[in-house]
Write a protein that binds this ligand. Sequence first.
Ligand SMILES: [Zn+2]
Ligand SMILES: [Zn+2]
Ligand SMILES: [Zn+2]
Ligand SMILES: [Zn+2]
Ligand SMILES: [Zn+2]
Ligand SMILES: [Zn+2]
Ligand SMILES: [Zn+2]
Ligand SMILES: [Zn+2]
Length: 433
Amino acid sequence: MDEASAQLILSLLHQDVQEEIESSRTGNNNSGASDHELALREWASQIQECATTTHDSHMALSIDRATYDDRVALTLAAQEESRALADRTLALRYGNQAQQAQHQPAQRLATQQTQDATRILARIDGADISSLFPARTAAALGYGAGSPSNVAAKPPLENNATAECVACFEEQPLKDMMQTPCSHRYCRACVLRLVREALADESLLPLRCCRLPIPPSTLQDHLGHRLAKQLEDKLIEREDPYRTYCSRAGCGQYLMPYQVQGYIGTCKICRQETCTLCKRPAHAGTECDDDQVEDQTVLDLAAEQGWQRCARCSHVIELGTGCNHITCRCRYEFCYVCSSTWRSCTCPIWDERRLLLRAQDVAGRDRDDPPPEQEVQQVAQNLQEDHECDHDNWRRVKGAHQCEECHDDYPHFIYECRQCRLLACARCRFNRL
Ligand SMILES: [Zn+2]
Ligand SMILES: [Zn+2]
Ligand SMILES: [Zn+2]
Ligand SMILES: [Zn+2]
Ligand SMILES: [Zn+2]
Ligand SMILES: [Zn+2]
Ligand SMILES: [Zn+2]
Ligand SMILES: [Zn+2]
């Protein structure tokens, strides 16, 4: 039965009972309620409860059916609501009492809604997501019988076709490969490697190739249930604007949005409670301690080395090229000089000294003697003109090089962007930049 019909029947039943209560009251001249009336009232409240449950379960069902992509957005939307409620409650605590009394019903309703959303999401967390996978994968994962007739019906030619993997250059059966929106193909081993690396390094998230996002639905075919779930959790962590980690030293577990009530997150591993405002152990009833003393040695070192801290995720970044435009691993773009959002300040785009060093470095590539001054000036000018680069034109350079993005060494070859002259390894060129 669909929800609308169920709700209609329940509301008709409820009307009947209400009328029955009215008529029994008219017939009863005593001031107290009769047993009959009390029974009717009990029945009415049970009908109401049933209506609520029906609504909840239909809502949960429709969320279950939502795709992998939507679930990250849903979790974050529920978190946003819960956070707004916590903010309102806090504001009210410091606001005047009359206002508080006025807002109470709305507040209670909001609490109820947030609890519902949290309950449903917690349910999904433990739910079997096999229904979200295509039958073939579900069968491979051991869910359901799958459809062997479909597999047999495939033309034999397709089973023998192979293609080159863009990551490892090996020829692999086409049917085992993932094709990305940029038409590159990855073998199964390289898909798994990419996902495992991304779980440890969020600069690879959301997963992409040639700057085009790889839809989770494309990935799902190649991941097991466990890895798909881990990737989903990691995406939530990455997108979480209030991200908080367990404050117990040695634990540091990320606290999922549905583990947070008000501002307090409870670790599912060690049960430690953490304040999501100040990121320290929960401090019931008292305000956060504002003067957070940051580790002074880290700050000193950062200033000395010319490092800058990302205002969004606190990651410390070192600027390599001459441009003051920084894109953090969390994709936040900011000014290296003053750390405000990119293009929101009046700082110069270039640091002359670093630009010249960069130009000398680029002009001196693949030569033993220092480059002539004229060439350095030319490169510096090109760098300034080309600095907003989409890196869509690369050449392969043989020999041992260091990747300028991840700073790893590569013994055989590296890619060089023809426009901005950036040197990048295959991982950075395809999946990180
Ligand atoms: Zn491969
Ligand atoms: Zn690609
Ligand atoms: Zn913990
Ligand atoms: Zn606090
Ligand atoms: Zn960041
Ligand atoms: Zn600035
Ligand atoms: Zn470039
Ligand atoms: Zn790299």
